[in-house]
Design a protein around this ligand. Structure first.
Ligand SMILES: Nc1ncnc2c1ncn2[C@@H]1O[C@H](COP(=O)(O)OP(=O)(O)OP(=O)(O)O)[C@@H](O)[C@H]1O
Length: 634
């Protein structure tokens, strides 16, 4: 393919007609070559389907196809390798002896994990003879047991049938995946993004796909998956990055933050906005040549109430009001036997009396301006919050020392969410065609609304685990969370097969489940390997050092995870393969060997500390060491 593409660059330059066409064509061909050259050095294919000659095989009777990350073609003839996302490839993931649709043999290929890429073996399933390996596939086991070095990898070669169903769900289908630790939620979400881009390239090229993750560390870990699948145009952001370019410059107390994240705040903000709309005090009079066109205040008031009943975004309402005023003036003009043109309409919309009425009755407003007023002016807040927030709640919202102007206001993280709500109530933000939301159990109702606004005309893939909820507002029901996300009817599917955490480690962590206040099915591991070592020690730092040294004798990544307050003291253990990680940043990550230092401290550090511990204990791919001084039951 590369040779052909290069040749085309050469001939293209010679044969193209005028200079402009030649240049455009040349650029196009060159970027194609660049794309091919930059293709990550991966296995050219990972699977093969052999169809039988029966009618069930349909168009594929007697055919044999190789399946890979990308389609590979020669200049002519059928493709040598079919894209894993093509319709026929779904049989590679889903065909079974009971429902084989003409597939006689499924073959999986194994390759060396690093360049130079060499084929190491293959594995056949004769579906026509009733063979099915399922999760006992040796190549699947090798793939999931392979040491984790560097960033997260794609799973195209081993996507499981229940994962594939989620990956290939229709674009207009929003869905929610409740999955225990390591069941592949993140992997499914990323592969779904890649699949949707393949199946709806044009539509999504226009509207965009966005992946939202909990923090920058997590995004760095997953960043390479989509590019490895050839998709470089997906935006991957934290919610904070999505909502605001500014970083928070103030902090709220826990209680105030919680209140600001409460869904009732949306109502308060909406009421504050609406309270800016005032009835007109005077008629509008516009001079037009010798005519004086008048619209009575009563008519203006009627228009205002009509527009308000439509519940448009505030800014759209203001423009609608302008249009209606102009229409009323136009009617007066026509009354005098004149018919106005577009220029007249435009000019009148900007005429001083019209703008004055508009500014008086439906003033322009900036989110920061309004929020400053709301948090700084007890009377204004009371008007907006009366009957929605209690008196103590209102008092908790008010700034102790209001800033001089909205320009010098210092916003907390929660304030930035409120500002986004206001911006969205003034004018709808641009949305995405599809949004993948990871760790969605941790989103507050107000954060959910921010995402709902951005997917009004698109669909959502919502991923999470109620048992791993650690925020103060963590969800306890997916139905409620989906309602805040604007997709109340999205089906919730559970994934329970764990691909990361070995059975012995998962069984240990799952003992926490009954106290996590989450009604979720326990995950069970497909991995029987792995090691768990729980030790009572006398000196945590010395013990941690000792465990790190032992861990370094084996292959793979190592993480020392401790309560945030203890991390500094362990910092010196960090090294080439060793990460020292505060418990609050462990979410979504994975390491071959995890050393947890003093679980009791992790639990005590925050209100949902037990859930945090559950997250921390389930980061291990192969080995988990738990070091503790404090005896705590088990
Ligand atoms: N079908 C599969 N084949 C091979 N590996 C898989 C498969 N599904 C998931 N994995 C691997 O299992 C690990 C866990 O997957 P992932 O991080 O997507 O799980 P998760 O459900 O998001 O976990 P958590 O909730 O703990 O963050 C990853 O390394 C992923 O590549």
């Amino acid at each position: 393919m590369l040779d052909h593409a290069r040749m085309r660059v050469a001939t293209g330059a010679e044969v193209a007609g005028d200079r402009y066409t030649a240049e455009t064509l040349g650029r196009m061909l060159k970027s194609h070559v660049k794309e091919l050259v930059e293709e990550p050095d991966g296995a050219p294919y990972f699977g093969r389907l052999t169809f039988d000659g029966t009618a069930a095989a349909g168009d594929h009777q007697g055919q044999r196809y190789h399946i890979g990350r990308r389609r590979i073609t020669e200049e002519q003839g059928p493709p040598l390798v079919i894209d894993w996302r093509a319709p026929v490839s779904s049989l590679f993931y889903r065909a079974s002896p009971g429902d084989r649709r003409g597939v006689a043999v499924r073959r999986r290929y194994g390759w060396t994990p690093h360049p130079p890429i060499r084929l190491t073996g293959f594995e056949d399933e004769h579906l026509d003879l009733g063979e099915q390996l399922g999760t006992s596939s040796r190549l699947l086991a090798e793939e999931i047991e392979r040491p984790r070095v560097g960033p997260m990898r794609d799973i195209v070669a081993t996507i499981q049938p229940e994962q594939d169903e989620l990956v290939r769900a229709d674009l207009d289908q929003s869905l929610c995946v409740q999955g225990g630790p390591g069941t592949g939620k993140t992997a499914v979400g990323l592969h779904r993004a890649a699949y949707l881009l393949y199946a709806h390239r044009r539509q999504l090229g226009r509207t965009g796909v966005l992946v939202v993750g909990p923090n920058p560390e997590f995004l760095r870990y997953i960043a390479a998956v989509l590019p490895a699948l050839g998709e470089v145009d997906v935006q991957q952001r934290t919610l904070e990055e999505l909502l605001s370019e500014q970083a928070p410059a103030a902090t709220d107390t826990a209680g105030t933050a919680r209140l600001k994240h409460d869904a009732r705040m949306a109502q308060v903000l909406r009421r504050a906005l609406n309270s800016l709309v005032e009835p007109p005090t005077d008629d509008i009079v516009v001079a037009d040549g010798s005519l004086r066109l008048r619209v009575p205040a009563a008519a203006l008031l009627r228009e205002i109430s009509r527009i308000r009943s439509e519940e448009l975004p505030y800014g759209v309402g203001r423009e609608r009001f302008r249009t209606r005023i102009v229409a009323l003036l136009q009617r007066r003009l026509e009354h005098h036997g004149e018919s106005p043109n577009a220029k007249w309409l435009d000019r009148t919309g900007r005429a001083r009396p019209v703008v004055e009425t508009l500014d008086a009755c439906w003033p322009k407003v900036r989110p920061a301006e309004l929020l400053t007023r709301l948090l700084g002016d007890a009377t204004f807040l009371r008007r907006a919050a009366d009957g929605v927030l209690t008196d103590p709640e209102q008092a908790a919202l008010l700034w102790a020392r209001p800033p001089r102007s909205f320009r010098s206001a210092k916003w907390s993280a929660a304030d930035l969410v409120l500002l986004d709500e206001l911006a969205g109530a003034i004018d709808h933000p641009a949305g995405f065609g599809h949004l993948v939301v990871d760790e969605a159990q941790d989103l507050s109702p107000m954060q959910c609304r921010a995402l709902a606004r951005r997917s009004r005309h698109g669909s959502l893939t919502v991923l999470g685990d109620l048992a791993q909820g650690t925020s103060a507002w963590a969800a306890t029901s997916w139905r409620d969370q989906l309602t805040h996300l604007g997709k109340p009817d999205a089906p919730v599917t559970a994934l329970t097969l764990g691909f990361r955490v070995p059975a012995v480690v998962l069984a240990y962590a799952n003992r926490l489940l009954p106290v996590l206040h989450a009604d979720v099915p326990a995950a069970r591991s497909v991995r029987s390997d792995g090691k768990l070592d729980v030790r009572e020690v006398t000196d945590l730092a010395v013990a941690a050092k000792d465990r790190v040294e032992a861990a370094l004798e084996q292959e793979g990544s190592i993480a020392v995870i401790a309560a945030d307050g203890r991390v500094a003291e362990l910092g010196a253990l960090a090294g080439d393969r060793v990460t020292v990680l505060p418990a609050t940043l462990a979410k979504g990550l994975e390491f071959d060997h995890v050393i947890v230092v003093e679980p009791a401290e992790i639990v005590d550090a925050e209100p949902r500390g037990l859930n945090r511990l559950y997250v921390v204990l389930t980061r291990a791919v192969s080995r988990l060491d738990v070091l503790h001084i404090t005896p705590r039951g088990d």
